[in-house]
Design a protein around this ligand. Sequence first.
Ligand code: G3P
Length: 212
Amino acid sequence: MSIFLDSAQIDEIKRALQLSFVGGVTTNPTHIARTGRPGLEVLTEIVDLVDGPVFYQVTAHSLAERLDQAWEAHELRPDKVVIKIPGTTENMRLVAQLSEAGVECLVTAVASPAQAYLAAQVNAEYVAPYVNRLTRQLGDGVAIVRDMVRILNGTQTQVLAASLKTMDEVVATLLAGAHHITLPLDLILALGDHPFTQQAIEEFNASMQSTG
Ligand code: G3P
């Protein structure tokens, strides 16, 4: 069960890696665009920083071009780069072909357990439901994660939940059985803190000071 950082900002990645519990980095085309740099250049810098997996999405218009993009990214660091491919029926061919060749794939933006089922049929390593977006657009993103986890039980395909916006949503998603989560830096930094704990620390510090 891994926690990933959802970002392509190098300063955020460096900060997250200092924490020692962040297992890798998920990027998406929006994150890459925000850097203002070419995707493969950013990817190269990220894989040099991160020990674990780095997820990179293919975006080209045709299937053949997306396949070329996938190979180009994979060959940068075959041991680290995981190819993100949006979950369409057509794209499953791409996932099948890449998985068969030993390239790890994540089927992204999946919204239904049927898509997760199909991703497992073509040996995807991961599926990524966007929990908060699903809740906003379809009603209950956490319930969709729960159904995906049930359908994927016994397959090699794992749920990597994305688009998590609050701590409650993170916990509900983990309780629904998500195998991995990816979070923005602010949520990662908030994971280990709680006002109750802070209050206890302050009380203990006050006790120490009063006893000299
Ligand atoms: O990487 C895709 C996913 O993280 C989207 O999240 O925050 O744009 O809903 P968000």
